[in-house]
Every structure is written in C-alpha cells, then in structure tokens.
Ligand binder design. Structure first.
Ligand code: PTJ
Length: 246
C-alpha cells in the first residue's frame, strides 16, 4: 500500500504494513495481526516515542545481555516481520544466540522465519523442527518446545512480545528474563526481570546503541546499572505516562 509521507499517522501505518507483508509472506500468524493491534493501542497512549523509562530499561537490558555467559534472543513471527535486521545486529553486538520459538507453531512458518533471518545474514538459527527437543516444565503451549543448545541452556533470555505463561515458567527455571512489551500491565511485563515498555521497532535499535556504548566500559559499570534497575518502579513510570494529566 502507498502511504502518503505527510499522513499524520504515516509511521504507524508503515509499521502496520510490515506486519501485513509479513503475514502475506508466511512469517506472521493471523493472530499476530491482532496482537499488534493491542500493542498499537498502548503505543498511542505512551506517545509513540521512546520514553526515559524505556531508555533506562534498554540500558539495563543490554548490560544484562553483555554480562551473561549464554544469552539467547527468542524470535517469533511479529518480531521477524518488524525487525529481523536489528535482531541480528543485536545478536552480533551482544554475542547472543537466536532461537525461533513460536506460540502458533507450524513447520512452514518456522522455516519461513529461519529463511528471512538468514537472508538478513544470520549465521546460526536455533530451535527449528526437531532441534527443539527439550521441554519447558509445566508449560502446555507450543512455546514449551525449546532447543537444548539455546533457550534451555541460556542464563539470560530476551523474549520480546511474549506470553505470560512462558515468561513465568522461564523465571521459575532460574533464567534472567528480559522482555519488550508495550503493555506495562501484562503478566510478562510484570514477571520479567527487565521490561522495556516500548515498540520493538524502536527498542531494538535503542538496545544496539546502548550495547555498543556499554561494551567500551568496564563490567563493573554494567553490573551497577543492572543492580540499580528496579522493574516495578520502571513499569510504574510507564503507567503514569499512560494515565496522563487530562
Ligand atoms: O509468531 P507466534 O506464533 O509466536 O505468535 C506471536 C504473537 C505475538 C501473536 C503471540 O506471542 C501472542 O499472541 O502474543 P500476545 O499474548 O498477544 O502478547 C503480545 C504482547 O506484545 C502484548 O502485550 C502486546 O501489547 C505486545 N506488543 C504487540 N506488538 C508490539 C508489542 N510490544 C512491543 N512492540 C510491538 N510492536
């Protein structure tokens, strides 16, 4: 669709088009379009820009990934359609592995996502087909199937646009969980150790910039950033913005 660049909602319409194209190309589940609508509503309420709270959370998230021994980024259909290139750059900068993990899992979509990531110069993609041979305990959804060399053995996970059940199960497994979720009230946002309340389309570039700067610094600087980060207080800041002063 041709979106006029002077349309007042051009950016938002452009992001929608990425999702629709991703759906047509077999990357995004039909339900992914609905999930995006929910995110869009929160983005509108947050002012459609990266807030100071989101920037602080991105800084803590990149610090955490850099400090971890075996970080993994979990990728789904929406994430691929919105920021495949950014995910790959973030994985290069932080040394995190990439695993495909789908809620509405089909082999066709797994393979389409793998192909798209490899087209964008990703080397190894974990979690495809029978490689996802381990199970997350006490989880019933298809998200329970994970790669023994990826999510299963990771110490820290970036799980953007995640569902609450798995986020909670991963925390119960002792993993450090980072998420990106526009809804500060979601179960995922609340159970994660670090939640970036921002649109993933802005949050990933923010994390990349932060990681590049942090890499130049001493590990003790990153440790302090992580220790001082308070997820509950940070979520409250996003909620305050949503409440506004009408
Ligand atoms: O590709 P699959 O099969 O793994 O399915 C992916 C979706 C996203 C469909 C699946 O994980 C799902 O149903 O997600 P939920 O439970 O609807 O939750 C997604 C969360 O992400 C919600 O809290 C949304 O507000 C939020 N969200 C949606 N779009 C964005 C977003 N957060 C940040 N950036 C977005 N662009």
């Amino acid at each position: 669709m041709n979106i006029p660049s002077n349309h007042p909602r051009a950016k938002s319409l452009y992001i929608r088009e990425l999702l629709v194209t991703g759906f047509r190309n077999g990357l995004v589940a039909p339900e992914g379009l609905i999930a995006h609508g929910r995110g869009e509503a929160f983005d509108y309420l947050l002012g459609e820009h990266t807030t100071k709270a989101a920037r602080d959370a991105a800084n803590a998230a990149s610090s955490m990934l850099l400090l971890s021994k075996y970080p993994v980024i979990s990728v789904n259909g929406n994430v691929t359609a919105l920021c495949a290139k950014g995910i790959i750059e973030l994985s290069h900068v932080t040394g995190a592995a990439i695993e495909v993990n789908l809620f509405y899992r089909t082999t066709e979509r797994e393979m389409a996502i793998e192909k798209e990531l490899k087209k964008n110069k990703a080397k190894t993609i974990l979690g495809i087909g029978s490689e996802a041979s381990m199970r997350i305990p006490e989880l019933q959804s298809e998200r329970r199937r994970v790669d023994p060399n990826g999510i299963y053995k990771a110490d820290t996970l970036l799980v953007p646009l995640e569902d609450g059940d798995r986020a909670e199960a991963l925390v119960n497994m002792g993993k450090t969980v980072i998420t990106i979720d526009l809804n500060p009230l979601s179960r995922t946002a609340k159970v994660a150790h670090i939640t970036i309340v921002d649109n993933i389309i802005r949050a990933i570039p923010e994390m990349i910039v932060a990681a590049k700067q942090l890499k130049e610094k001493n590990a003790s600087v990153m440790k302090r950033i992580v220790e001082e980060f308070d997820n509950k207080a940070n979520l409250a800041k996003s909620l305050n913005i949503i409440r506004g002063d009408i």
